[in-house]
Design a protein around this ligand. Structure first.
Ligand code: NAD
Ligand code: MG
Length: 299
């Protein structure tokens, strides 16, 4: 029997297991290779259908989690892919690069800290050079730190969250625009936290709301140039960010089970949304937030 892939008809409540992750910790920024249980990024289950033939995509945070799944899917759809990540994540980045190269596609590996403007400018130039152009930018790197009280959010945390999630998004988009031909897509990774902020994620949730707003405004500005900007707002997805600092440790075993679908999402379940928004088939979809959240409320 053929292996299941993203187009197999089945029951979404049981398509992926209802996981009960043990309490666990990892130093920042966390590795997919250390995650328990392992996440499904589509290594075995995402099947390309030729939807991004010849495209040139840059995915920030493309080493792991959602970005890793997007990078694998883009390569299988026919794109060359540049990935950015922190130097500490080289091991995860190598795994994704191998999968991309196995498809006969180019992977440009670009370590660098996006909380620095010069680095963002350099990363865009290196992506353009390495790919021979750029027509998809996925702004996906993110920082999420859970704190039970506003009084425990230090200036340093607040600054780093805003730098990673908002400044880097702005810097990446600003540096990329001049390189993007008509037909290109910019896709931002926002969150269900945009409209339904958890009491322990004040700074993070606020940045994700800003990303939605920025994406819709930029979409209007760039639409006349034929560049489409859209947003994906994931619900609870099993990734390293959740284990490092993203959730209270005691909440991990119950992660995602409160969604109407009854389970956390896997990174591979996000990939089709990013493929759709990058591909020409979404030519009239502009300034949209695509919610992939297992049934949570959205505006
Ligand atoms: P992840 O840990 O796999 O990915 C986050 C990535 O951000 C890391 O791999 C890292 O490379 C990158 N990053 C963080 N700080 C950086 C820095 N200073 N410089 C360069 N890179 C940096 O986790 P993920 O859950 O796949 O996160 C991807 C995106 O999805 C994030 O923007 C996150 O906010 C968003 N998101 C995740 C969930 C979820 O439940 N996992 C839900 C909604 C939104
Ligand atoms: Mg990572």
């Amino acid at each position: 029997m053929a292996t299941k892939d993203q187009l197999t008809f089945d029951d979404p409540t049981t398509r992926h297991p209802r996981i009960t992750p043990p309490e666990q910790d990892q130093p920042m920024p966390g590795l997919d290779s250390e995650l328990e249980p392992k996440a499904d990024r589509g290594e075995k289950s995402y099947r390309g259908t030729g939807r991004l033939e010849g495209r040139k995509a840059f995915v920030t945070g493309g080493d792991s989690g959602i970005g890793g799944a997007v990078a694998i899917a883009y390569a299988r759809e026919g794109a060359d892919v540049a990935i950015n990540y922190l130097p500490e994540e080289q091991e995860d980045a190598d795994t994704i690069a191998k999968l991309i190269e196995k498809e006969g596609r180019t992977c440009v590996q670009l370590p660098g800290d996006v909380t620095n403007r010069e680095t963002c400018d350099r990363l865009i130039e290196q992506a353009v050079e390495g790919l021979g152009g750029l027509d998809v930018l996925v702004v996906n790197a993110g920082k999420q730190v859970s704190k039970p009280s506003i009084e425990e959010i230090t200036d340093e945390q607040f600054d780093l969250t805003v730098k990673t999630n908002i400044y880097a998004m702005f810097w990446m988009c600003r540096a990329a625009v001049k390189h993007l031909p008509a037909g290109s897509s910019i896709i931002l990774s926002s969150s269900v936290q945009s409209y339904s902020p958890s009491d322990h994620l004040l700074d993070y949730a606020m940045t994700k709301a800003a990303m939605n707003n920025f994406g819709k405004g930029l979409a209007k500005q760039l639409a006349p140039k034929g560049i489409r900007v859209n947003i994906v707002a994931p619900g609870p997805i099993w990734t390293p960010l959740q284990v490092v600092e993203g959730q209270p440790k005691e909440a991990l075993p119950e992660f995602g089970v409160g969604q109407p679908i009854g389970r956390a999402g896997q990174p591979v379940e996000l990939a089709p949304a990013y493929v759709f928004l990058a591909s020409a088939e979404s030519s009239y979809v502009i300034g949209e937030t695509l919610n992939v959240n297992g049934g949570a409320d959205s505006p």
